[in-house]
Design a protein around this ligand. Structure first.
Ligand SMILES: Cc1ncc(CNC=O)c(N)n1
Length: 231
């Protein structure tokens, strides 16, 4: 292994990896969901894909203020806050581009953005994000949730780009949005930030951050289920 790769592996091992091992069943449920496996093997129902696309646009619109709230929390931390802020800001810049992507992608699928009504699983997830935006929620909890939200999409869509995947050509661009190497590195940076803060967290804070991680995983499973018309 090259030095950079080894360093990446070492820095990655921390509380987050411990939690993912502990909660591997739900993590796998979120990252290898039948919706994603359907994209990967080419059997996905295109109406489910369109549902996902429209609902995800609404989700991302609600996700942006959440990321902004994490940025504010990072700024209020004195410890290493400027490097944290750079990483979070780069994520926000990508989200600006992502909204443009949704606006150009949806018409290709006959999805009209103004017609989309948020479904229950989406509303529940967005309400959860709104609760995390409260100034009472600690930065460590919020950054752990942010990492989890991004990491589920990264792991899921990267799976659809692996060798041997039979992802339909018209879905590849979508998978590349979250499955590309730059997004993987962004997720690794978030994971390192979260680990660094978790390392110095009290037991009470650790309990809250772990709960937030679990809620994210549950909401992600709910979101995929909803896209398949199962919620
Ligand atoms: C439901 C959900 N979870 C995570 C992401 C990825 N973050 C930003 O795009 C997303 N788009 N949608």
């Amino acid at each position: 292994m090259e030095v950079g790769k080894i360093r990446e592996e070492v820095e990655k091992s921390g509380m987050i990896d411990t939690w993912l091992r502990k909660h591997s069943l739900i993590y796998t449920g979120a990252t290898r969901h039948p919706f994603i496996l359907g994209i990967r093997d080419g059997t996905v129902d295109l109406s489910a894909f369109k549902t996902w696309l429209g609902q995800d646009y609404l989700f991302v619109r609600a996700f942006i203020p959440f990321v902004a709230s994490v940025l504010i929390k990072a700024w209020k931390e004195s410890y290493n806050s400027s490097t944290d802020m750079e990483v979070i800001l780069s994520g926000m810049a990508s989200l600006n581009e992502e909204i443009s992507w949704f606006r150009s992608e949806t018409p290709k699928w006959g999805v009209q953005l103004s017609d989309i009504v948020p479904q229950k699983a989406n509303q529940d997830y967005c309400r959860f994000l709104e609760n995390l935006m409260s100034p009472d929620v600690e930065y460590t909890v919020a950054i752990t949730a942010l990492w989890a939200i991004e990491a589920v999409y990264q792991a899921s869509f990267a799976l659809c780009l692996e060798d041997g995947a039979k992802t339909p050509a018209e879905l590849r661009q979508t998978c590349e949005r979250w499955g590309n190497d730059g997004f993987r590195q962004y997720c690794n940076s978030l994971q390192q930030i979260a680990n660094r803060h978790l390392q110095k967290a009290s037991n009470d804070l650790l309990t809250k951050a772990e709960a937030a991680l679990l809620r994210v995983l549950e909401h992600e499973v709910g979101f995929w289920n909803m896209s398949r018309g199962e919620a």
